[in-house]
Write a protein that binds this ligand. Structure first.
Ligand SMILES: Cc1cc2nc3c(=O)[nH]c(=O)nc-3n(C[C@H](O)[C@H](O)[C@H](O)COP(=O)(O)O)c2cc1C
Length: 165
């Protein structure tokens, strides 16, 4: 049963960029923040991180999360955020999508990259969520450092607000 007009922002972040954007979005939209947590934490940098993270995204892995199933029943709008890993959304999003039903909800996506495109990642998620309409998708480039990205975050929030009213 949908009882909350508040959106939920469900996100994964390794080095803080997606978390920063998620928090900005949550403040602007008065949304609840839900962070996806890996059961086995990853180092934030280094060859191993890029190799394992890149491979996991490339091969559509579902790494174990400590919160794989969320209570999303009450939310009409769910905003999903993730870093781009090897051109895809980071693999923890696969685990989230496998464990949670989003049918009937308004779903939005955002991704953070270091400058690479999110098109392929968004396309793959849209395919996985076939049957659920994705109402919007946005990419922010390392927003923790690039404060210029704030305008894009604002525009994304405005689009969500416009759609939901
Ligand atoms: C495993 C791994 C793979 C990445 N692959 C890409 C990529 O393909 N394209 C890109 O632009 N950035 C890539 N990045 C950089 C991140 O997407 C970018 O820094 C993002 O803002 C990080 O978000 P976070 O701080 O929330 O973890 C990669 C980072 C990691 C750790």
């Amino acid at each position: 049963m949908i009882v909350s007009m508040k959106p939920a922002v469900v996100y994964f972040s390794l080095t803080g960029n997606t978390e920063y954007a998620a928090k900005q979005i949550a403040i602007k939209l008065n949304a609840d923040l839900i962070r996806l947590r890996l059961k086995k934490e990853m180092k934030k940098e280094g060859f191993r991180t890029y190799f394992i993270g890149g491979m996991s995204a490339l091969f559509n892995k579902k790494p174990a999360l400590s919160n794989p199933v969320l209570k999303l029943d009450k939310y009409k709008t769910v905003i999903i955020g993730a870093p781009i890993w090897a051109g895809r959304l980071a693999a923890p999003i696969n685990t989230f999508l496998a464990g949670n039903k989003l049918e009937g909800k308004s779903v939005y996506l955002f991704a953070c990259s270091a400058g690479g495109s999110a098109d392929k990642g968004f396309r793959l998620i849209k395919k996985k969520l076939s049957g659920t309409e994705i109402k919007g998708a946005a990419l922010f480039v390392n927003p923790l450092k690039n404060k210029d990205e704030t305008a894009k975050i604002d525009a994304f929030c405005q689009a969500v607000t416009k759609e939901s009213t």
